[in-house]
Design a protein around this ligand. Structure first.
Ligand code: ACO
Length: 259
């Protein structure tokens, strides 16, 4: 299987498992990833999804044999195919659980979309990133909304156009990943993020993700202000809010917390 889903409550691992092709993804891999995110997102026992990869590299991006074969299909078929990658990006971005990307080795082309669509990403110090598409005569199209959101438009213009290889420390500066650690510290770093996530309330975390998106995308007007007031009014009177506030005041762990 080119994608493995391992449900080990409270964590689901979705693992790119095509190391002989540097975890390059074709339409089969994309469909398997969509299915894995749907299943992990819907699993009641899962609290966090870790997107990781077997072998030396996280992913070499789109499978170039598959991309070349697209030349045999008409425009409509090409568009339909590209929309499946877009569907995958949206699945990761709006997954039913928080998503952590765990990155080692190369993350090229479309792989950057997978990483930037995740809520957070940690990389080994050997990781290197590249929006290599223009070197191949194409461009990072479907992943652009997620990559530009992470890098900001000015940095994105440079790296979309130059296809320079970005070393891990620079990727952290640019906002592609949140942490860079020695490869043997990757699992411990992911675990620390998982532990932090498990202490938070699941519904509040998904609302928080949505709040960040709205705050970033919407004008700061009465609509957004009204939305933020409605949100806290709803959450502090809801089950999770009441449980979390009571737990703090009663000096006990809230019901959702694993510890
Ligand atoms: N598609 C299909 N096969 C690939 C891809 C790819 N994107 N990338 C690597 N492979 C294959 C290689 O052809 C090779 O297969 P082979 O052993 O059958 O010849 C195998 O994976 C291993 O690749 P190597 O290049 O030998 O591994 P190395 O560790 O030296 O380099 C690296 C890895 C940096 C990822 C390199 O393979 C590379 O630059 N690949 C292209 C990456 C790229 O530009 N991706 C963007 C695609 S466009 C897009 O995503 C929209």
């Amino acid at each position: 299987m080119s994608v493995e889903l391992t449900l080990q409550a409270p964590v689901a691992h979705i693992t790119l498992n095509r190391p002989e092709k540097s975890n390059a993804f074709d339409n089969t891999v994309i469909e398997s990833l969509i299915d894995a995110f749907d299943r992990a997102g819907a699993d009641d026992q899962t609290r966090v999804i870790v997107l990781d990869a077997a072998g030396k590299h996280f992913s070499a991006g789109a499978d170039l044999n598959w991309m070349r074969a697209m030349g045999q299909l008409d425009h409509e078929e090409n568009q339909r195919d590209a929309l499946r990658l877009a569907a995958l990006m949206a699945r990761i971005d709006q997954a039913g659980k928080p998503v952590i990307a765990r990155v080692q080795g190369a993350a090229f082309g479309g792989a950057l979309g997978l990483i930037c669509a995740a809520d957070m990403a940690v990389a080994a110090d050997n990781a290197r990133f590249c929006l290599s598409e223009v070197k191949l005569g194409i461009l990072p199209a479907v992943i652009a909304p997620y990559v530009v959101r992470a890098l900001g438009p000015r940095q994105a213009r440079r790296y979309f156009m130059t296809a320079e290889v970005i070393a891990a420390p620079r990727a952290r500066e640019l906002g592609i990943v949140h942490e860079v650690v020695a490869e043997d510290q990757l699992d411990a770093t992911v675990e620390a993020l998982v532990d932090a996530l498990l202490k938070g309330a699941p519904e509040a975390q998904l609302e928080a993700r949505d709040l960040v998106r709205r705050s970033d995308e919407q004008p700061l007007d009465e609509n957004l202000i009204g939305y933020t007031a409605e949100l806290i009014a709803r959450l502090r009177t809801g089950d999770e809010g009441q449980e979390g506030l009571a737990a703090f005041l009663e000096k006990r762990a809230p019901a959702w917390s694993a510890s």
